[in-house]
Design a protein. Structure first.
Length: 279
């Protein structure tokens, strides 16, 4: 059975005036309309497609890549509004995704972007969106561990930093003192779990912690200094913003990395400069 909102690798079974009929291993067919068909496509080929319901409630296939699939969080723009709900730009030209009024936490306006979750409606089988993420995103059963690399999407800004969604499953927190680059609502980023508390709160950082990361960052500083004539105009008195601009590191990581170079006899600090010892 082909389910809307998912990708499939399907075989070309037959050709019609309307496009290609693709089928899975069980023989379930779906039409790939002509606008997505290449002149080189032939019977027996395997094509990766995204399956969704068209405006007439028929299952169809597309080679377009939507902004999100079922089970994912996305930052989507409202493009139309009716008495029943709003329609969001899904990244598929022929199909916007519907978010009914019951799934709105607040009034949603055309032209604005919102964090939403995509799921399959149990009654219609259609893919719909909701702004009420807590029904799907929770920390009841944690599936990540400390130091693990994760995918996050920035969801809500507050006084402490940003609330983020981790791996489309959990809520996490990215604190202001862990941010050393521009961050905006809707950004999809790689992050690292720094702490999981006893009450199931998850803290994340945009930079990996630990010795391996310090060593990696130290080598990066070494390369930057070599490319700058053997020194960097950075030191203990440099601002965090200045350090990030030149190195893409937090001041804390910079100091640890510079310390690594000095400990290993590769550099020294003088007049707020990091200077290489090698020629």
């Amino acid at each position: 059975m082909l389910i809307a909102g998912h990708y499939y690798n399907l075989e070309v079974k037959r050709i019609s005036d309307f496009g290609l009929y693709l089928a899975d291993e069980e023989g379930n067919e779906v039409l790939l309309p002509n606008r997505f068909v290449s002149i080189n496509d032939k019977i027996g080929d395997i094509i990766k497609v995204f399956v969704y319901h068209d405006s007439e409630n028929r299952i169809v296939a597309s080679t377009e890549i939507p902004y999100a699939t079922v089970g994912e969080v996305a930052y989507l723009k409202v493009v139309d509004k009716t008495i029943h709900g709003v329609f969001l730009d899904w990244g598929i030209k022929a199909k916007d995704i519907f978010l009914p009024n019951r799934n709105q936490s607040y009034r949603m306006e055309v032209g604005k972007y919102y964090i939403v979750y995509l799921y399959t409606d149990n009654v219609t089988g259609r893919v719909v969106a909701t702004a009420k993420l807590n029904g799907f995103i929770n920390n009841d059963t944690i599936t990540v561990k400390e130091k693990e690399e994760v995918n996050i999407i920035v969801a809500v800004k507050n006084q402490l930093g940003y609330r983020v969604v981790i791996n489309n499953r959990h809520w996490g927190m990215l604190y202001n003192n862990q941010i050393f680059r521009p961050v905006n609502i809707g950004d999809k980023l790689q992050a690292y779990v720094t702490r999981i508390t006893d009450d199931a709160r998850i803290d994340v950082s945009l930079q990996q912690q630990g010795y391996d990361e310090v060593k990696k960052s130290a080598l990066h500083l070494l390369e930057l200094a070599r490319n700058n004539g053997g020194f960097l105009e950075l030191g203990d008195y440099s601002s965090p913003e200045e350090i990030y601009t030149y190195t893409q590191m937090s001041k804390k990581v910079f100091k640890k990395s510079a310390g690594y170079l000095m400990k290993n006899g590769l550099a020294y600090m003088s007049d707020n400069r990091l200077i290489l010892k090698e020629k």
